[in-house]
Design a protein around this ligand. Sequence first.
Ligand SMILES: O=C(O)CCC(=O)C(=O)O
Length: 508
Amino acid sequence: MLKRKNFLYKPTKRRRKGNYKTFSKKKKFISETQESKPHQISENEDTEEGFNLKTSAPSHSHGVQPLGNLFFSPSFNNSRNTGLGNLQTLSDELVLEILGFLDGTHLGILSTVSKSLYVFCNHEPLWRNLVLEKSIDGFLYNGSWKNTYINAYKPSSDVLSVESMGLKVRDFYSDYLFQSWLCANLEMKPEWLERDNIPRRKGLSVDEFVENFEEPNKPVLLEGCLDNWDAFEKWDRDYLVEACGDVKFAVGPVEMKLEDYFRYSDQAREERPLYLFDPKFAEKVPALGSEYQVPEYFSEDLFGVLGNERPDYRWIIIGPAGSGSSFHIDPNSTSAWNAVIKGSKKWVLFPPDVVPPGVHPSPDGAEVACPVSIIEWFMNFYNATKTWKKKPIECVCKAGEVIFVPNGWWHLVINLEDSIAITQNFVSRRNLLNVLDFLKRPNANTLVSGTRDRVNLYDKFKNVIEATFPGTIDGLVLKTEEKKAQQKKPSFWELVTDSRAGAFKFSF
Ligand SMILES: O=C(O)CCC(=O)C(=O)O
C-alpha cells in the first residue's frame, strides 16, 4: 500500500490541550433559549476573540458546548455524565477510544441508549475510521462520514437512518468534543497570516542561491520559477480529472480517483481533511511528470544515483482549504522545494535547533506528539512564538511561487484555498554528509523512510556515490573539518582581547 510522505518525525501521537479558557464565556457560547443554536457563535460571526466560522455549511455539533459553559448553566447538569452512568469517570478520549472498537451497527444501536451516548456515537471521526478501514479502494463521500458509511455498507439496523437526521442535545459540555467541532469549522484568523519574514527572490542565480541560502541552510521563497511550466498553465481540477481518468492516488490510508477525491474535499468539514499526497503520480500518469521541470536551483539530486532504489522523492499534493501538513522534519535529512500551482499555502518554519511550541519529539526522533489539527496549533500555540527570541520564518506561498525548505527545519503548512502543488526532496553536495550521517544512525530501521531497504541504504548510497563521483565524500569531509577548525580558531580581535586580559592579569 502506498503511504503518505514519511517524515523523520511521524506525527503518530496526538493530544489535545485540556483547558480552553477562551471558550468559557457564557455570552458567546450558550443559549438555553435557543436549542437550535448550540453555541452562541453563529456562522460568520466575529467573536470577541476574533474567531470566524467558515461561511459554508458547518458540520454538525449535536449541541456540544465547551465545559466552561457548565458553570453558567442554571441546572448545573452535564448530560455528558448522566448519560454515561458509571463510565462518566473516563475521559472523553478514552470513551471514544473504546467506541472505536465497535462496528457501525453497534455504534448505531448504542447511540439510542442515552443523549450522551448519542453524541459520542455520532462523533464523525469514529465513522471516518470505519469508512477508511473498509474502503482501501476509495469511497463516495456523502455529506458526512456516517452517511458515507451507511450508504456504502448498509448496516443492518434501522436506528442508523434516524440518527443521521442530526439531533441536538441540551446541556452537553465537553472541551474535547467542542474543540473538535470548532477546529473543523474555524477560518484562519487574519493575524495568523500577517507575519511574512521570509526572504523573497526573483531571478536569483544558482550561485547566489547556493551561497546565500543552501550553504547556510536558510529558507527562501523563489518567484518566477514556474513561468515555463505547462503544469502552471494547464493544471486545474477539470484538466487533472480528465488527464487522470480512473487512476487512483494515495489519499491517507486509501486510494481514490481524483473525481471522488474532489467530491469528498468539496463537502468535507473536518479538523484534519484527508490530503492527496502521492509519490508515484508521475509513474501512474506520465504526462503529469513531463508537465513540470525541476527549477535549476535544485537540479543536483545525488539520490538519483540509486535509480529505482532511491527513496520516494516527489509528490503531487492536492487538498482543500484547511488541509495541510502538521509539524515535521523532512525524511532522511533531505532538503526540499515545494511549488504551488493552484491556491496558496501558509508556512511556518523553525530552524533545526528550535522545537516548535506544542510539539514533543521522542528522544530517538522516531515520533512526535503534536496537536490534533493544524488549526488547533494556531489556536493554542501560535501566540507563544510572539515572545520567543528565535521567531519562526513565515510566509504565504502563492500560485507560481516555490519555497526552499532546508534540511532539518521543522515546518507546518496549511492550505488557505483549494490547492495543487508539487514537492521534491533532494540531496545535493551541500547536504550529502548530513544525509549519510542520518542513514548511518543506529536506529536507521525506524528512522529511514520512503524505501523498503532501510538498513542497507547507507552502504548502497555511499558506495554508488564513491563509484560515480570519486573523491566527493572525502573532499566534503575535508572541507567541513577545515570550516570547523576555522570556527574554532580565535579571531584577531579575540586574540587581542585575550592578550590584554592576560596583560591585566600579569599587572595585578
Ligand atoms: O502540505 C504541503 O504542501 C507541504 C508538504 C510538506 O511539508 C512536505 O512535503 O514536507
